[in-house]
Design a protein around this ligand. Structure first.
Ligand code: TIU
Length: 225
């Protein structure tokens, strides 16, 4: 492959330098994606999220073959919940047993190290890939993500994850404001609300790519061949 690849993308072709591009896999966690997990308990249709697993697997395969750094994020609080704002704990007006830190079917909800907090088998990280535990929706807030990317000289970011309009869009906006050239892999992201996924993609590419670019994993695979 050439040192710069060009992806057929919206709103116009996206050029990525292979030596300074990383992939950010956002919150592909059991508690959001599996039956019996936290998301399911809150009456979300987790099957909608599983639809993006094949695209996310293709992205991972392409990125690993191209030796791009891969970051996996986890929405995860410390066991003592010292990194949990009261606003986040009380939001939703949920009963005690459904709150962050309570014990659910897959362990303590949104707590690091619990079974439900880990990534689904299909997208599990390989040794050497970076893990980022984040207390917020965005992956830059109160994490070591930016220093990590700077240490690797990263300028371009490819995004996948769940959910599109919550943690993925927040992180992509944070990255855009920090100067990163961002592309969302559209078949590697999903929402409990399909209309919100579609709207988030439109918001990203509108106004000449106000937040960045969008392309599917097949277009990315073609570009990196
Ligand atoms: N990862 C992520 O998006 N966390 C959420 O809480 N998303 C919801 O859509 N609820």
């Amino acid at each position: 492959a050439s040192p710069i690849a060009t992806v057929a993308a919206r709103p116009y072709p996206y050029s990525l330098p292979l030596a300074s591009t990383a992939v950010i896999m956002i919150d592909f966690q059991k508690d959001f994606m599996l039956k019996g997990g936290f998301g399911d308990t809150l009456k979300n249709d987790v099957g909608l999220l599983m639809e993006c697993v094949p695209g996310a697997q293709r992205l991972l395969a392409v990125a690993r073959a191209a030796k791009l750094p891969i970051v996996h994020t986890l929405e995860a609080h410390k066991p003592d919940l010292s990194d949990l704002h009261t606003s986040k704990l009380t939001r939703g007006n949920l009963p005690e047993e459904l709150r962050i830190g309570a014990t659910g079917a897959m362990g303590r909800i949104l707590v690091a190290g619990e079974e439900g907090n880990w990534i689904i088998d299909e997208l599990v990280p390989l040794p050497g890939e970076e893990l980022v535990h984040k207390p917020g929706k965005g992956a830059f807030y109160a994490t070591g993500l930016e220093p990590y990317l700077k240490s690797k000289g990263i300028t371009h970011l490819l995004f996948a994850g769940v959910t599109t309009e919550v943690c993925v869009q927040t992180t992509m906006r944070e990255a855009n404001d920090r100067g990163y050239e961002c592309l969302l892999v559209t078949d590697a992201t999903a929402s409990y609300f399909p209309a919100f996924k579609d709207a988030a993609i439109e918001m990203i590419v509108a106004q000449g790519g106000i937040v960045g670019w969008a392309a599917d994993s097949v277009a990315l695979e073609e570009a990196l061949k």
